[in-house]
Write a protein that binds this ligand. Structure first.
Ligand code: HXC
Length: 282
């Protein structure tokens, strides 16, 4: 069976000291898809705590509302924008609203994703398509709509500073992963999109495009929905192969979106404690 992790206490902030300075992203504006919960929310918190203003995009208004409340309670300038990354009009409206509200856009984090466990023979083509639509096409749509704001000399930008895109991916497709043919294909496409955009938009437009591939991260939908119990108990036996924390992924996002990562382009940073190297894999 699938382990139900019951520790997701909504968007409670876990205080953990940051190794980065508090004004790391001062003056920057970030848009985080899937920013209302899970890894996307933690990234939003950490970008905000390090000086960025944050717009979060998601489909569920009540999730966005409570996430924005938490962000604001920490003094982070934040707005929630309802929308589905699969819809071009939603994407266009969201980046435009972010720009109108904050006056610029510097960082786009594509964290929205869909997934479920299903044997390939039981997955309908529409189920396969749905996950490709959310993860891969949604990522492309958001990048495409954000381009005119992120490029050097783009809307709200001076000619010397370009923006940054971070695509949240996975390690599912490095080998193959049971019952996730759809998500594995979708994340493989995301990694390819990351490299193509890094090539085309890095050199010519000053936009850095990178990926972060989290492993099993505690208190996320990914783990509660997807990790079979026998794999989880295996992970817990071996000290290195423990769960990561959302914080670990957010620190990687800070590195990539700050000047620390200014020469990193087209990379996928795996944040999994080396777990994918081992067998059996998640
Ligand atoms: C089989 C399913 C299914 C399931 C949906 N479908 N859920 N098939 N098993 N559990 C099929 C449907 O039957 C339908 O096909 C098609 O998918 C579309 O379904 P809808 O419900 O209309 O789609 P929609 O509501 O748009 O999206 C459904 C969803 C999404 C993809 C399940 O809501 C979702 O995933 N939300 C949760 C987000 C989430 O879990 N995020 C964490 C991702 S973790 P038919 O043929 O019937 O029309 C991750 C990282 C993995 O990505 C790495 C972990 C280590």
């Amino acid at each position: 069976g699938v382990l139900q992790v019951s520790t997701n206490e909504g968007n409670k902030l876990k205080e953990m000291e940051s190794p980065f300075r508090a004004n790391l992203l001062k003056g920057k504006v970030a848009l985080v898809t899937g920013g209302g919960s899970g890894i996307g929310f933690e990234i939003s918190v950490q970008l905000g705590k390090h000086g960025a203003s944050v717009a979060i995009m998601g489909r569920r208004k009540h999730v966005l509302d409570s996430a924005v409340d938490v962000l604001r309670s920490h003094g982070i300038p934040a707005i929630g924008l309802e929308g589905d990354v699969r819809r071009e009009d939603d994407a266009a409206r969201t980046v435009e609203s972010t720009f109108k509200h904050f006056g610029r856009l510097d960082i786009l984090v594509n964290a929205a994703a869909g997934n479920f466990l299903v044997p390939a023979q039981d997955l309908s083509p529409n189920g396969f398509r749905t996950v490709i639509d959310i993860d891969s096409i949604g990522t492309f749509i958001m990048c495409h709509e954000a381009f005119k704001y992120l490029k050097k000399g783009g809307l709200g930008k001076d000619p010397s500073t370009g923006g940054t895109i971070i695509n949240i991916t996975a390690t599912l497709h490095y080998g193959a992963t049971w019952y996730q043919i759809h998500a594995s294909a979708a994340k493989a496409a995301i990694d390819s999109i990351t490299r193509s955009l890094a090539l085309e938009w890095g050199e010519d437009h000053g936009i850095l495009v990178n990926g972060i591939a989290p492993g099993a991260i505690e208190d996320t939908a990914g783990v509660s929905k997807l990790a079979p119990e026998e794999v989880l108990s295996k992970i817990k036996e071996k000290p290195l192969y423990t769960f990561g924390e959302k914080w670990d992924v957010a620190m990687a996002a800070l590195y990539l979106s700050s000047d620390a990562g200014k020469f990193v382009n087209g990379a996928v940073l795996v944040v999994d404690g080396g777990q994918w190297l081992s067998t059996p894999r998640l």
